[in-house]
Write a protein that binds this ligand. Structure first.
Ligand SMILES: [Zn+2]
Length: 314
């Protein structure tokens, strides 16, 4: 096992709300993801989403504050290295460092200026989801009843992502926006934290058609631990997550599946899966049903193969 790669956590948004929280310390009761837990869990790669809660205000300032927090609180920890290129990824693996990647969850704060994605890129952002659940200047999110797709500026944003090879994350998009992004994107896209609608009929989960599109383009699907995306029938368990894994595999996505915990983005957890250390339990459960090679792919191999192909070389 090479370790765990997790493509989505929201710890930066908690740090943004409460600057006194200590990512690298013992007073971390209100955090799921901490330096110590990442180290203990054998996490080798963690994506840190910049998600701006409404209370943090509008505009670019809270985005920049989040990036500042990423530097001050996350990258300041020993052995944590920011990943901007394939070279960084390799160096982090060689030195046993934790690879830390920035993603932007919702372009709301760029306030109608798609060109600011270039500045985001310069600051190290390597994946972009155009929306959270609501509509914004770029596209409709999945909870917007209207269900429209991309705006003209949203299309410009995708064009800039194509130019920069910024990874497009389709997790929160409306179905129409999903298909429009998929048809305009010049490299395979990811759904960093979404499950399957066939197993749990929640709008944030992906239909079989969407899953197949991601699989066929060799994009990625990050299975997520958000309880209400796992099952709505009963108290969700780790075994219920495996039903989503199985469904993606049935569709042929064994090599496109990865993990997207959404730790710190949720207030309630699946029992026994409350922070990065517990991911070991999920891996154990996977090993009961899948080969070591398959589980290695789910845990980190598939995520690494994708990044090695799609991050800039240097
Ligand atoms: Zn999210």
């Amino acid at each position: 096992m090479r370790g765990i790669a997790d493509f989505h956590c929201d710890v930066l948004s908690k740090l943004l709300k409460e600057d006194s929280l200590d990512f690298n310390g013992s007073q971390t009761a209100s955090l799921d993801v901490t330096y110590e837990r990442l180290a203990q869990s054998g996490t080798v790669l963690q994506t840190f989403a910049i998600f701006i809660p409404a209370a943090a205000g509008a505009g670019i300032h809270p985005i920049l504050q989040s990036i500042d927090l990423f530097h001050r609180k996350v990258l300041s920890c020993k052995g944590v290295q920011q990943i901007r290129t394939v070279g960084d990824l390799k160096r982090a693996a060689q030195s046993g460092s934790l690879a830390a990647m920035l993603s932007l969850e919702g372009v709301d704060g760029l306030e109608g200026h798609p060109e600011l994605l270039r500045i985001m890129y310069l600051l190290g952002v390597r994946a972009v989801g155009l929306t959270w659940n609501h509509a914004n200047w770029a596209a409709d999110g999945i909870m917007e009843k209207r269900g429209s797709g991309l705006t003209a500026k949203g299309r410009q944003a995708v064009e800039i992502c194509n130019e920069l090879k910024l990874i497009l994350d389709v997790s929160h998009l409306s179905e129409r926006a999903f298909w429009e992004v998929v048809s305009q994107a010049e490299q395979p896209v990811i759904a960093s934290h979404s499950n399957t609608r066939a197993v749990c009929d929640h709008p944030r989960n992906l239909t079989d058609e969407q899953l197949l599109a991601l699989i066929l383009m060799d994009g990625r699907i990050g299975i997520t631990y958000v309880p209400w995306f796992v099952t709505q029938d009963a108290e969700p368990t780790i075994d219920d997550i495996l039903r989503h894994v199985e469904h993606v595999c049935e569709l042929g996505g064994e090599r496109q599946l990865m993990l997207g915990s959404d730790f710190d983005g949720i207030d309630t957890h699946i029992q026994g899966l409350t922070n990065p250390v517990d991911t070991g339990r999920l891996i154990e459960a996977m090993l009961q049903r899948y080969s070591a090679t398959q589980v290695d792919g789910f845990a980190s191999g598939n995520a690494y193969r994708y990044l090695t192909k799609h991050l800039p070389t240097e």
